[in-house]
Ligand binder design. Structure first.
Ligand code: EPS
Length: 387
């Protein structure tokens, strides 16, 4: 697979770091473009105090020169402003300070206990710092570079929130890009900003109860040509790759494409997308119930992915847990946290979809620099049209 990336960094460490390899040379790229995406991820009503501290921005460390990629690994750093308040508790060297209070009351639903057992850590901060969804800032930076690449090929990615908790207002807008544009105007990324008040009330109520909330969001890509991914091997199937990418986002518990689980309740004729042909469009579909893939290959229709995020595990009215030192029943530990982060997760979903599609596109076309890849793309589109 042409694209690979790694992220590193603890939530309250000095910085988040990422390395992205496989982006071709001569792609125009600015930190401003990436920072816009990072800022989108920081928005959303219901986030905790941390987002008031941070103002995420990337600094390039390699792979870019005079505003264009070099084809070499792109490394980026996002400095944590909160580090200033954590320097002693998260010191890289020396002995722990006397004042350090270890985190010993694992939160149900968080990585705390499973990670503590696995890595033999009795101070669960050594687990939660990396398990934190702060890491998703790096993914959004990597995803932004991939989005920039996809834009050059007319592929656009967007997202919107479908529901938060039990609140699921009707979505009237049919056009996916318009849904995205409307979501950009909403502090909860719902594709109708006039519903923000309803969402606020639901979130405020949850906060008052010491609760947290999850929700459902949809991510889409339009302009995707047919032929990305392949039916020939399990790990080449594009829908499998998309599902894996989405499930890897912190707190995501389910992924569907198109009608998803609903299709299991319907007849075949109600699910499959009928095929047509016209001089102007070539082959087209009368519907997009399958979410843009068949046989693990994109079919030219928009990719439509739906993800469910569980409620955040940190509760101000915590659930039962066990103290690791005494093994007595206690209430789980509390940390500063968000009440809901579904709007942010939808932006992370966009990033993950961009990474998977950029990877599949480069796999299809090959090539090392933009000019050559664009030429190959044009030739491929001609093939699609004349098939
Ligand atoms: C998170 C806890 C909170 C969130 C954080 C994810 O951070 P803190 O412990 O510093 O208050 O704000 O999300 C981010 C920092 C972010 O950038 O999205 C957690 O435990 O997962």
């Amino acid at each position: 697979m042409p694209i690979r990336f790694l992220t590193a960094g603890e939530s309250h460490g000095k910085a988040l770091v990422c390395i992205l390899e496989g982006i071709p040379a001569n792609l125009e790229l600015s930190s401003e473009y990436i920072n816009r995406e990072l800022q989108r991820r920081q928005r959303g009503y219901g986030r905790g105090g941390r987002m008031k501290i941070e103002s995420d921005r990337v600094e390039f460390l390699s792979g870019v020169r005079f505003g264009k990629t070099l084809g070499s690994p792109i490394s980026m750093v996002i400095w944590n402003r909160d580090w200033e308040n954590w320097q002693e508790k998260m010191a890289y060297e020396g002995e722990p300070p006397e004042s350090l209070v270890p985190f010993v009351r694992p939160r149900p639903g968080h990585a705390d206990l499973a990670g503590g057992i696995k890595y033999n850590q009795k101070d669960l901060r050594n687990i939660l710092e990396r398990a934190s969804a702060r890491e998703t800032a790096s993914r959004v930076a990597v995803g932004a570079v991939c989005k920039r690449l996809l834009e050059e090929f007319g592929i656009r990615i967007g997202s919107y929130v479908v529901s938060i908790g039990r609140l699921k207002p009707e979505i009237r807008e049919e056009d996916l890009l318009k849904r995205h544009e409307l979501a950009e105007l909403s502090e909860l990324r719902f594709p109708d900003p006039s519903k923000d008040q309803d969402f606020r009330a639901v979130i405020d109520e949850a906060k008052e109860r010491g609760e947290s909330l999850g929700g459902i969001f949809e991510v889409f890509a339009v302009g995707v040509p047919p032929g990305l991914g392949s039916h020939i091997q399990w790990d080449k199937r594009i829908d499998g790759r998309i599902a894996q990418a989405m499930m890897s986002i912190q707190a995501i518990k389910g992924v569907e494409m198109g009608l998803g689980f609903e299709s299991g309740r319907l007849y075949g004729s109600e699910v499959h997308d009928e095929i047509g042909w016209s001089e102007e469009l070539g082959y087209f579909r009368y519907s997009n119930r399958l979410g843009g893939t068949e046989g693990g290959i994109t079919n030219g229709m928009p990719i439509l992915v739906r993800c469910v995020m569980k409620p955040i595990p940190t509760l101000t009215k915590p659930l039962r847990s066990v103290d690791l030192r005494t093994r007595e029943e206690v209430r789980a530990g509390k940390e500063r946290s968000d009440v809901v982060a579904v709007p942010a997760a939808s932006v992370v979903g966009e990033a993950m979809l961009a990474i998977v599609l950029a990877d599949a596109l480069l796999e299809k076309l090959g090539g090392d620099f933009m000019e050559e890849i664009k030429e190959r793309f044009e030739r491929y589109l001609q093939h699609v049209k004349s098939f």
